[in-house]
Design a protein around this ligand. Structure first.
Ligand SMILES: NC(=O)c1ccc[n+]([C@@H]2O[C@H](COP(=O)([O-])OP(=O)(O)OC[C@H]3O[C@@H](n4cnc5c(N)ncnc54)[C@H](O)[C@@H]3O)[C@@H](O)[C@H]2O)c1
Length: 396
Protein backbone atom coordinates (compact mmCIF):
# COMPACT_ATOMS: atom_id res chain seq x y z
CA UNK A 1 0.00 0.00 0.00
CA UNK A 2 1.26 3.50 -0.90
CA UNK A 3 0.82 5.97 1.94
CA UNK A 4 1.36 9.73 1.65
CA UNK A 5 1.67 11.81 4.82
CA UNK A 6 0.96 15.47 4.12
CA UNK A 7 2.84 17.70 6.57
CA UNK A 8 6.30 16.83 7.90
CA UNK A 9 5.92 18.31 11.39
CA UNK A 10 5.80 16.65 14.80
CA UNK A 11 2.63 14.70 14.03
CA UNK A 12 3.25 13.95 10.35
CA UNK A 13 6.83 12.73 10.66
CA UNK A 14 6.18 10.58 13.74
CA UNK A 15 3.17 9.02 11.97
CA UNK A 16 5.21 8.45 8.81
CA UNK A 17 8.08 6.76 10.65
CA UNK A 18 5.63 4.51 12.50
CA UNK A 19 3.85 3.48 9.31
CA UNK A 20 7.08 3.05 7.33
CA UNK A 21 7.74 -0.16 9.30
CA UNK A 22 4.85 -1.71 7.39
CA UNK A 23 4.04 0.28 4.24
CA UNK A 24 5.61 2.31 1.47
CA UNK A 25 5.43 5.84 2.91
CA UNK A 26 6.27 9.27 1.45
CA UNK A 27 6.11 12.47 3.49
CA UNK A 28 5.15 15.68 1.73
CA UNK A 29 5.75 19.28 2.76
CA UNK A 30 6.06 22.76 1.30
CA UNK A 31 9.24 23.69 3.22
CA UNK A 32 12.34 22.56 1.36
CA UNK A 33 14.61 22.43 4.44
CA UNK A 34 12.31 19.86 6.08
CA UNK A 35 12.26 17.72 2.94
CA UNK A 36 16.06 17.89 2.69
CA UNK A 37 16.48 16.97 6.36
CA UNK A 38 14.30 13.84 6.08
CA UNK A 39 16.02 12.77 2.85
CA UNK A 40 19.33 13.11 4.76
CA UNK A 41 17.84 10.86 7.49
CA UNK A 42 17.63 13.69 10.03
CA UNK A 43 14.62 14.89 11.95
CA UNK A 44 13.91 18.57 11.19
CA UNK A 45 13.04 19.02 14.89
CA UNK A 46 14.47 17.68 18.18
CA UNK A 47 13.59 13.99 18.47
CA UNK A 48 16.46 11.56 18.83
CA UNK A 49 14.23 8.49 18.35
CA UNK A 50 12.97 9.78 14.99
CA UNK A 51 16.49 10.52 13.74
CA UNK A 52 17.66 7.05 14.84
CA UNK A 53 14.70 5.35 13.15
CA UNK A 54 15.23 7.35 9.91
CA UNK A 55 18.82 6.10 9.83
CA UNK A 56 17.68 2.52 10.51
CA UNK A 57 15.14 2.59 7.69
CA UNK A 58 17.87 3.80 5.30
CA UNK A 59 20.19 1.02 6.45
CA UNK A 60 17.43 -1.51 5.85
CA UNK A 61 17.34 -0.25 2.23
CA UNK A 62 13.91 1.37 2.42
CA UNK A 63 14.49 4.99 3.45
CA UNK A 64 11.54 7.22 4.24
CA UNK A 65 11.17 9.46 1.20
CA UNK A 66 10.28 13.14 1.47
CA UNK A 67 9.05 15.30 -1.41
CA UNK A 68 7.41 18.61 -2.22
CA UNK A 69 3.64 18.67 -2.08
CA UNK A 70 3.21 19.95 -5.63
CA UNK A 71 0.03 19.38 -7.71
CA UNK A 72 -0.06 15.69 -8.66
CA UNK A 73 1.92 14.56 -5.59
CA UNK A 74 -1.02 12.42 -4.43
CA UNK A 75 -1.64 10.62 -7.75
CA UNK A 76 -1.58 6.82 -7.30
CA UNK A 77 -1.71 7.01 -3.48
CA UNK A 78 -3.89 4.49 -1.55
CA UNK A 79 -3.95 6.28 1.80
CA UNK A 80 -3.44 9.93 2.70
CA UNK A 81 -2.61 11.07 6.25
CA UNK A 82 -3.24 14.77 6.81
CA UNK A 83 -1.00 16.42 9.46
CA UNK A 84 -0.96 20.09 8.48
CA UNK A 85 -1.46 23.05 10.85
CA UNK A 86 -4.90 24.06 12.13
CA UNK A 87 -4.12 27.30 13.94
CA UNK A 88 -6.72 29.01 16.10
CA UNK A 89 -8.16 32.12 14.47
CA UNK A 90 -9.20 34.80 16.99
CA UNK A 91 -11.18 36.43 14.15
CA UNK A 92 -13.54 33.47 13.72
CA UNK A 93 -13.19 31.97 17.25
CA UNK A 94 -12.35 28.60 15.72
CA UNK A 95 -9.57 26.66 14.01
CA UNK A 96 -8.58 27.86 10.57
CA UNK A 97 -9.04 24.57 8.69
CA UNK A 98 -8.20 26.03 5.29
CA UNK A 99 -4.95 24.04 4.89
CA UNK A 100 -6.76 20.76 5.62
CA UNK A 101 -9.51 21.82 3.21
CA UNK A 102 -6.87 22.43 0.53
CA UNK A 103 -5.43 18.94 1.04
CA UNK A 104 -8.92 17.37 0.79
CA UNK A 105 -9.47 19.27 -2.49
CA UNK A 106 -6.17 17.77 -3.68
CA UNK A 107 -7.34 14.28 -2.64
CA UNK A 108 -10.62 14.78 -4.52
CA UNK A 109 -8.71 15.77 -7.66
CA UNK A 110 -5.81 13.30 -7.52
CA UNK A 111 -6.83 10.17 -5.56
CA UNK A 112 -10.58 10.29 -4.77
CA UNK A 113 -10.71 6.58 -3.83
CA UNK A 114 -7.90 6.79 -1.28
CA UNK A 115 -8.67 6.40 2.41
CA UNK A 116 -8.00 9.81 3.96
CA UNK A 117 -7.08 10.01 7.63
CA UNK A 118 -7.08 13.47 9.21
CA UNK A 119 -4.60 13.72 12.09
CA UNK A 120 -4.68 17.52 12.38
CA UNK A 121 -6.79 18.72 15.30
CA UNK A 122 -10.28 19.60 14.09
CA UNK A 123 -13.33 21.36 15.49
CA UNK A 124 -16.36 19.06 16.09
CA UNK A 125 -18.33 18.59 12.89
CA UNK A 126 -15.71 19.98 10.51
CA UNK A 127 -14.32 16.67 9.19
CA UNK A 128 -17.72 15.43 8.01
CA UNK A 129 -18.63 18.86 6.59
CA UNK A 130 -15.38 19.12 4.60
CA UNK A 131 -15.65 15.50 3.40
CA UNK A 132 -19.21 16.13 2.20
CA UNK A 133 -18.20 19.37 0.48
CA UNK A 134 -15.41 17.58 -1.42
CA UNK A 135 -17.64 14.52 -2.11
CA UNK A 136 -15.21 12.19 -0.34
CA UNK A 137 -16.76 9.14 1.33
CA UNK A 138 -13.68 7.47 2.84
CA UNK A 139 -12.51 10.10 5.34
CA UNK A 140 -11.60 9.31 8.97
CA UNK A 141 -10.59 11.56 11.82
CA UNK A 142 -7.99 9.96 14.10
CA UNK A 143 -6.63 12.50 16.58
CA UNK A 144 -3.05 12.49 17.79
CA UNK A 145 -2.17 13.03 21.46
CA UNK A 146 1.65 13.03 21.26
CA UNK A 147 3.96 15.34 23.16
CA UNK A 148 6.66 17.30 21.28
CA UNK A 149 10.18 16.05 21.96
CA UNK A 150 8.95 12.47 22.33
CA UNK A 151 6.62 12.28 19.38
CA UNK A 152 7.64 8.87 18.00
CA UNK A 153 7.74 7.29 21.44
CA UNK A 154 4.22 8.55 22.12
CA UNK A 155 3.06 7.25 18.71
CA UNK A 156 4.53 3.83 19.46
CA UNK A 157 2.99 3.63 22.93
CA UNK A 158 -0.17 5.75 22.99
CA UNK A 159 -2.66 5.34 25.86
CA UNK A 160 -5.39 4.83 23.25
CA UNK A 161 -6.19 5.16 19.57
CA UNK A 162 -9.36 7.02 18.71
CA UNK A 163 -10.75 6.02 15.32
CA UNK A 164 -13.47 8.38 14.16
CA UNK A 165 -15.48 7.38 11.09
CA UNK A 166 -19.08 7.98 10.08
CA UNK A 167 -19.15 4.61 8.27
CA UNK A 168 -18.40 1.75 10.75
CA UNK A 169 -17.07 -0.54 7.99
CA UNK A 170 -14.35 2.02 7.14
CA UNK A 171 -13.45 2.25 10.83
CA UNK A 172 -13.10 -1.56 11.10
CA UNK A 173 -11.02 -1.73 7.92
CA UNK A 174 -8.72 0.99 9.26
CA UNK A 175 -8.37 -0.73 12.65
CA UNK A 176 -7.09 -3.89 10.88
CA UNK A 177 -4.58 -1.81 8.92
CA UNK A 178 -3.34 -0.16 12.12
CA UNK A 179 -2.99 -3.57 13.82
CA UNK A 180 -0.51 -4.50 11.07
CA UNK A 181 1.42 -1.27 11.70
CA UNK A 182 1.81 -1.96 15.43
CA UNK A 183 2.71 -5.61 14.80
CA UNK A 184 5.41 -4.54 12.30
CA UNK A 185 6.86 -2.18 14.92
CA UNK A 186 6.93 -5.03 17.45
CA UNK A 187 4.75 -3.20 19.98
CA UNK A 188 1.29 -4.12 21.35
CA UNK A 189 -1.81 -2.70 19.72
CA UNK A 190 -3.11 0.11 21.97
CA UNK A 191 -6.71 0.14 23.24
CA UNK A 192 -9.07 1.45 20.54
CA UNK A 193 -12.14 3.69 20.79
CA UNK A 194 -14.31 3.48 17.66
CA UNK A 195 -16.67 6.44 17.27
CA UNK A 196 -18.04 9.00 14.83
CA UNK A 197 -15.76 11.70 13.40
CA UNK A 198 -17.49 14.33 15.53
CA UNK A 199 -17.10 12.27 18.73
CA UNK A 200 -13.39 11.84 17.93
CA UNK A 201 -13.01 15.59 17.32
CA UNK A 202 -14.74 16.34 20.63
CA UNK A 203 -12.62 13.75 22.49
CA UNK A 204 -9.39 15.33 21.29
CA UNK A 205 -10.37 18.85 22.38
CA UNK A 206 -11.87 17.61 25.65
CA UNK A 207 -8.72 15.63 26.52
CA UNK A 208 -6.48 18.66 26.08
CA UNK A 209 -8.95 20.91 27.88
CA UNK A 210 -8.95 18.52 30.85
CA UNK A 211 -5.13 18.66 30.96
CA UNK A 212 -5.26 22.46 30.75
CA UNK A 213 -7.87 22.49 33.53
CA UNK A 214 -5.57 20.44 35.74
CA UNK A 215 -2.62 22.75 35.10
CA UNK A 216 -4.81 25.79 35.71
CA UNK A 217 -6.17 24.27 38.95
CA UNK A 218 -2.75 23.64 40.50
CA UNK A 219 -1.50 27.01 39.28
CA UNK A 220 -4.44 28.74 40.91
CA UNK A 221 -3.92 26.75 44.11
CA UNK A 222 -0.25 27.81 44.02
CA UNK A 223 -1.26 31.48 43.57
CA UNK A 224 -3.61 31.17 46.54
CA UNK A 225 -0.85 29.68 48.70
CA UNK A 226 1.61 32.41 47.68
CA UNK A 227 -0.86 35.20 48.46
CA UNK A 228 -1.58 33.66 51.91
CA UNK A 229 2.08 32.89 52.69
CA UNK A 230 1.44 29.13 52.74
CA UNK A 231 3.76 26.32 51.61
CA UNK A 232 2.15 25.40 48.26
CA UNK A 233 4.11 22.13 48.10
CA UNK A 234 2.56 20.88 51.34
CA UNK A 235 -0.97 21.84 50.27
CA UNK A 236 -0.55 20.17 46.85
CA UNK A 237 0.97 17.05 48.39
CA UNK A 238 -1.92 16.78 50.85
CA UNK A 239 -4.43 17.11 48.01
CA UNK A 240 -2.68 14.72 45.60
CA UNK A 241 -1.99 11.83 47.96
CA UNK A 242 -5.71 11.16 47.59
CA UNK A 243 -5.60 8.44 44.95
CA UNK A 244 -8.71 9.85 43.30
CA UNK A 245 -6.69 13.01 42.52
CA UNK A 246 -3.28 11.40 41.97
CA UNK A 247 0.25 12.72 42.57
CA UNK A 248 1.07 13.60 38.94
CA UNK A 249 0.65 16.46 36.47
CA UNK A 250 0.41 18.86 39.41
CA UNK A 251 3.62 20.88 39.26
CA UNK A 252 2.87 24.63 39.26
CA UNK A 253 4.13 26.63 36.30
CA UNK A 254 3.83 30.16 34.90
CA UNK A 255 0.87 28.98 32.79
CA UNK A 256 0.16 26.30 30.21
CA UNK A 257 1.60 26.91 26.75
CA UNK A 258 2.87 25.12 23.65
CA UNK A 259 1.08 24.54 20.35
CA UNK A 260 -1.91 22.50 21.53
CA UNK A 261 -3.32 23.38 24.98
CA UNK A 262 -3.92 27.12 24.39
CA UNK A 263 -5.53 26.65 20.98
CA UNK A 264 -7.47 23.48 21.78
CA UNK A 265 -9.09 24.98 24.90
CA UNK A 266 -10.17 28.07 22.94
CA UNK A 267 -11.46 25.96 20.06
CA UNK A 268 -13.37 23.71 22.46
CA UNK A 269 -14.95 26.78 24.10
CA UNK A 270 -15.86 28.10 20.64
CA UNK A 271 -17.52 24.76 19.81
CA UNK A 272 -20.15 24.98 22.54
CA UNK A 273 -22.35 27.63 20.94
CA UNK A 274 -25.37 29.00 22.79
CA UNK A 275 -27.18 25.80 23.79
CA UNK A 276 -24.71 23.84 26.00
CA UNK A 277 -23.32 25.38 29.24
CA UNK A 278 -19.56 26.02 29.10
CA UNK A 279 -18.70 28.04 32.25
CA UNK A 280 -15.93 25.66 33.31
CA UNK A 281 -14.23 25.67 29.90
CA UNK A 282 -14.37 29.46 29.76
CA UNK A 283 -12.86 29.62 33.26
CA UNK A 284 -9.92 27.43 32.15
CA UNK A 285 -9.09 29.83 29.32
CA UNK A 286 -9.42 32.87 31.61
CA UNK A 287 -7.49 31.24 34.49
CA UNK A 288 -4.39 30.85 32.33
CA UNK A 289 -4.38 34.57 31.50
CA UNK A 290 -4.90 35.41 35.21
CA UNK A 291 -2.01 33.18 36.25
CA UNK A 292 0.40 34.94 33.88
CA UNK A 293 -0.82 38.32 35.15
CA UNK A 294 -0.38 37.21 38.79
CA UNK A 295 3.18 36.00 38.13
CA UNK A 296 4.05 39.27 36.34
CA UNK A 297 2.71 41.33 39.25
CA UNK A 298 4.62 39.21 41.78
CA UNK A 299 7.87 39.79 39.85
CA UNK A 300 7.29 43.54 39.53
CA UNK A 301 6.47 43.72 43.25
CA UNK A 302 9.97 42.47 44.06
CA UNK A 303 11.20 45.91 42.89
CA UNK A 304 14.48 44.59 41.48
CA UNK A 305 16.33 46.53 38.79
CA UNK A 306 17.42 43.90 36.28
CA UNK A 307 15.11 40.97 35.58
CA UNK A 308 16.48 37.91 33.82
CA UNK A 309 14.53 35.24 31.95
CA UNK A 310 15.85 31.71 31.53
CA UNK A 311 14.34 30.09 28.41
CA UNK A 312 11.15 31.08 26.62
CA UNK A 313 10.23 27.54 25.54
CA UNK A 314 7.06 26.10 27.05
CA UNK A 315 8.73 22.93 28.37
CA UNK A 316 12.30 22.06 29.33
CA UNK A 317 12.89 19.88 26.23
CA UNK A 318 10.91 21.93 23.70
CA UNK A 319 12.56 23.28 20.54
CA UNK A 320 10.00 25.93 19.54
CA UNK A 321 8.34 28.99 21.04
CA UNK A 322 4.74 28.32 20.03
CA UNK A 323 2.32 30.00 22.53
CA UNK A 324 4.87 30.06 25.34
CA UNK A 325 3.55 31.48 28.63
CA UNK A 326 6.96 33.04 29.32
CA UNK A 327 6.69 35.12 26.14
CA UNK A 328 3.47 36.71 27.41
CA UNK A 329 5.16 37.45 30.75
CA UNK A 330 8.19 39.05 29.06
CA UNK A 331 5.89 41.21 26.91
CA UNK A 332 4.02 42.39 30.03
CA UNK A 333 7.22 43.08 31.99
CA UNK A 334 8.62 45.14 29.11
CA UNK A 335 5.28 46.98 28.76
CA UNK A 336 5.62 47.98 32.43
CA UNK A 337 9.06 49.46 31.65
CA UNK A 338 11.10 46.66 33.29
CA UNK A 339 14.72 46.09 32.26
CA UNK A 340 14.61 42.48 30.96
CA UNK A 341 17.48 40.28 29.78
CA UNK A 342 16.87 36.80 28.43
CA UNK A 343 18.73 33.64 27.59
CA UNK A 344 17.11 31.50 24.90
CA UNK A 345 19.38 29.55 22.52
CA UNK A 346 16.58 29.35 19.92
CA UNK A 347 16.60 33.17 19.60
CA UNK A 348 19.52 34.28 17.46
CA UNK A 349 19.09 38.07 17.61
CA UNK A 350 20.60 40.54 20.13
CA UNK A 351 17.22 41.73 21.31
CA UNK A 352 13.78 40.13 21.34
CA UNK A 353 10.37 41.41 22.45
CA UNK A 354 12.09 44.53 23.83
CA UNK A 355 14.46 42.46 26.00
CA UNK A 356 18.23 42.12 25.63
CA UNK A 357 19.39 38.62 24.62
CA UNK A 358 22.56 37.09 26.08
CA UNK A 359 24.35 33.99 24.85
CA UNK A 360 25.07 32.12 28.07
CA UNK A 361 23.62 31.24 31.46
CA UNK A 362 26.72 32.76 33.12
CA UNK A 363 26.08 36.16 31.48
CA UNK A 364 22.38 36.00 32.38
CA UNK A 365 22.97 35.38 36.07
CA UNK A 366 25.95 37.74 36.10
CA UNK A 367 23.88 40.64 34.76
CA UNK A 368 20.55 40.15 36.55
CA UNK A 369 19.23 40.51 40.10
CA UNK A 370 16.68 37.72 39.72
CA UNK A 371 16.06 35.23 36.92
CA UNK A 372 12.62 33.84 36.04
CA UNK A 373 12.61 30.15 35.16
CA UNK A 374 9.46 28.18 34.39
CA UNK A 375 11.46 25.02 35.09
CA UNK A 376 14.64 24.72 37.16
CA UNK A 377 16.94 22.59 35.02
CA UNK A 378 20.33 21.18 36.18
CA UNK A 379 21.98 23.93 34.09
CA UNK A 380 20.74 26.67 36.43
CA UNK A 381 20.70 24.70 39.68
CA UNK A 382 24.03 26.28 40.83
CA UNK A 383 22.39 29.73 40.67
CA UNK A 384 19.29 28.73 42.71
CA UNK A 385 19.55 31.75 45.06
CA UNK A 386 18.71 34.11 42.18
CA UNK A 387 16.03 31.98 40.54
CA UNK A 388 12.36 33.00 40.64
CA UNK A 389 10.31 29.88 39.81
CA UNK A 390 7.18 28.03 40.89
CA UNK A 391 8.68 24.67 39.86
CA UNK A 392 8.17 22.62 43.03
CA UNK A 393 8.97 19.15 41.75
CA UNK A 394 11.60 19.57 38.98
CA UNK A 395 9.41 18.00 36.30
CA UNK A 396 6.79 19.08 33.74
N1 LIG B 1 2.61 19.39 18.02
C1 LIG B 1 1.89 18.59 18.79
O1 LIG B 1 2.29 18.26 19.91
C2 LIG B 1 0.56 18.07 18.31
C3 LIG B 1 -0.03 17.02 19.01
C4 LIG B 1 -1.25 16.52 18.57
C5 LIG B 1 -1.90 17.11 17.48
N2 LIG B 1 -1.32 18.15 16.84
C6 LIG B 1 -2.05 18.71 15.68
O2 LIG B 1 -1.48 18.18 14.48
C7 LIG B 1 -1.46 19.19 13.46
C8 LIG B 1 -0.04 19.41 13.03
O3 LIG B 1 0.72 19.81 14.15
P1 LIG B 1 2.32 19.78 14.12
O4 LIG B 1 2.77 20.18 15.47
O5 LIG B 1 2.80 18.53 13.52
O6 LIG B 1 2.57 21.00 13.12
P2 LIG B 1 3.95 21.43 12.44
O7 LIG B 1 3.84 22.90 12.24
O8 LIG B 1 5.10 20.89 13.20
O9 LIG B 1 3.89 20.67 11.03
C9 LIG B 1 2.97 20.97 10.03
C10 LIG B 1 3.69 20.83 8.70
O10 LIG B 1 2.75 20.99 7.65
C11 LIG B 1 3.43 21.64 6.57
N3 LIG B 1 2.45 22.16 5.62
C12 LIG B 1 1.68 23.27 5.69
N4 LIG B 1 0.89 23.36 4.59
C13 LIG B 1 1.16 22.28 3.82
C14 LIG B 1 0.67 21.81 2.59
N5 LIG B 1 -0.27 22.46 1.89
N6 LIG B 1 1.17 20.66 2.09
C15 LIG B 1 2.13 19.98 2.76
N7 LIG B 1 2.63 20.37 3.93
C16 LIG B 1 2.15 21.51 4.47
C17 LIG B 1 4.26 22.70 7.30
O11 LIG B 1 5.30 23.18 6.49
C18 LIG B 1 4.78 21.89 8.50
O12 LIG B 1 5.99 21.26 8.22
C19 LIG B 1 -2.12 20.42 14.07
O13 LIG B 1 -3.48 20.40 13.76
C20 LIG B 1 -1.93 20.22 15.56
O14 LIG B 1 -2.93 20.86 16.31
C21 LIG B 1 -0.10 18.62 17.20
Amino acid sequence: MNVAVVGTGYVGLATAVLWAACYDVTVLDIVQSKIDAVNACKSPFEDTLISARLAELAQEGRPLRAATNHPGALCGVDMVMVAVPTNFSEAIGAFDASVVEGVLAQVAAECPNAVTVIRSTMQPGVTSALAAAKRLSRVLYCPEFLREGRSLDDCLHPDRLVIGADDPSIAEEYRTTVEDVYASNGVPMPPVVLCSTQEAEAAKLAANTYLALRVAFFNELDSFACHRGLDAGKVIQAVCLDTRVGDHYNNPSFGYGGYCLPKDTKAFLGSFGEDAPSELIEAVVNANASRKRDITEAVLALGVERIGVYRLVAKANSDNLRSSAMIDIVVELVRHGADVTLYEPIVETDSYLGAKVVGSVEELFGQCDIVLANRVTPEIAPYRAKVFSRDLYGRD
